[in-house]
Design a protein around this ligand. Structure first.
Ligand SMILES: Nc1nc2c(ncn2[C@@H]2O[C@H](COP(=O)(O)OP(=O)(O)O)[C@@H](O)[C@H]2O)c(=O)[nH]1
Ligand SMILES: [Mg+2]
Length: 370
């Protein structure tokens, strides 16, 4: 049974325009119009780029709604990985020689970190990974995760990375704090003539067009609000100011700069906060006020201070939410005079509840394609 797709008013409007245009075109232009119509039926293809450890794979997981791309504080994405819809979950290791080897996901339902070994080939022989997932979100969206920009030069896969970016409908370029020289160099290449030439050569079936690049200013939860000139004391005030500054710096290289907390987006969209985590948050919220305010002052204090909540439970919360997320969640769980205790606890664990903390990051609507 085929899955229903979300309505896509903009695509439908462009398709109607194409149909109206067709009777008035010669055969050469008509062929191009047919190409555009065919492309409109395909999912939006978004490539996620940026330096190592800025949070690309975390954002990919948030977009897909499943924690399937491995994430780590160190470099862990070494291959271009394309996620698209399929009726069965599987990983195809696509070889430079043209063949491919099919694998399953690992025990955590994620892409195995040692795909080349499992496929019985050397990493240098792998062109890219093609991951099919039975996630309804992917009916309208294909997401391409990429190795960090620094890894681009030394990997023999620069060609695959270049083609993936140049062939995408849109690029989400992830930054932290501010754009560096390698970011502006990459953005110039994505939108410049080089990318267009590669795009035509490598993906002849695709109609050429400008790459739409949206910059994502990620990890804004780690910004010290008081360090941002003109911001009041809230993290979001500071984040909005930093994003506006970066938008001015990057100018026409990007359509906009959007502040996000990708980690919270991932936790929210994958629904990975467990009932035990919620119980831990509640225990923290209802514990001693003085101890709690000291604990929430820094990551070190949060994990080391003596309190009734087990250190392992606190560490798990930090993995899913980091300190800012824990602070927000605990605030949501605090009793107020207006609401009885039972009414406010679970609010912060629903998707809608978390979205206000994660940022307005959903790119499909922002890119205006759907
Ligand atoms: N505090 C915080 N940590 C984040 C955020 N996004 C990602 N991370 C963490 O940053 C590290 C690197 O993330 P990853 O997605 O693997 O980066 P990549 O190399 O760009 O793919 C991981 O430990 C993530 O949990 C965020 O918005 N806030
Ligand atoms: Mg990664």
């Amino acid at each position: 049974m085929s899955q229903p797709r979300r309505p896509r008013p903009l695509c439908e409007a462009v398709d109607a325009l194409c149909r109206a245009l067709l009777p008035h075109t010669g055969s050469a232009l008509a062929a191009q119009v047919h190409q555009v119509r065919a492309r409109l039926q395909e999912p939006l293809e978004v490539a996620v780029t940026g330096r190592v450890s800025v949070g690309k794979s975390t954002l990919v997981n948030a977009l897909i709604g499943r924690a399937v791309a491995p994430t780590s504080a160190g470099e862990c994405t070494r291959l271009v990985t394309r996620f698209n819809y399929g009726s069965v979950d599987r990983v195809d290791v696509v070889l430079c020689s043209g063949g491919s080897v099919a694998l399953g996901l690992d025990a955590d339902a994620a892409v195995p970190s040692d795909v080349a070994t499992r496929a019985g080939v050397a990493v240098a022989e792998v062109s890219h990974l093609q991951v099919s997932l039975s996630s309804a979100l992917l009916l309208d969206l294909a997401v391409i995760d990429t190795p960090g920009l620094g890894a681009l030069e030394r990997a023999p896969l620069a060609g695959a990375q270049h083609a993936a970016v140049a062939g995408a409908d849109a690029v989400l370029h992830v930054l932290t704090h501010r754009a560096r020289t390698e970011d502006t160099a990459a953005l110039t290449a994505f939108t410049g003539t080089d990318a267009r030439a590669a795009f035509r050569a490598d993906t002849a079936a695709r109609p050429p067009g400008p790459a739409t690049v949206l910059a994502v200013l990620n990890k804004v939860d780690t910004v010290a609000a008081e360090s941002v000139l003109g911001a009041d004391t809230t993290v979001w005030e500071a984040a909005q100011r930093l994003a506006a500054e970066q938008a001015a710096v990057l100018g026409s290289l990007v359509v906009d700069v959007l502040p996000t907390v990708g980690l919270l987006a991932q936790t929210c969209e994958t629904g990975s906060l467990s009932a035990a985590d919620v119980a831990t948050l509640r225990a923290l919220a209802t514990g001693d006020d003085a101890t709690r305010s000291v604990m929430l002052a820094s990551t070190e204090l949060f994990t080391s201070l003596e309190c009734a909540v087990a250190p392992g439970d606190r560490a798990r919360l930090l993995d899913s939410l980091d300190l800012y997320g824990v602070q927000c969640a605990v605030r949501c769980c605090r009793p107020t005079r207006r609401f009885p205790q039972a009414a406010y606890g679970p609010r912060c664990t629903t998707r809608r509840g978390w979205r206000r903390f994660a940022g307005d990051w959903t790119p499909c609507s922002l890119l205006g394609r759907t």
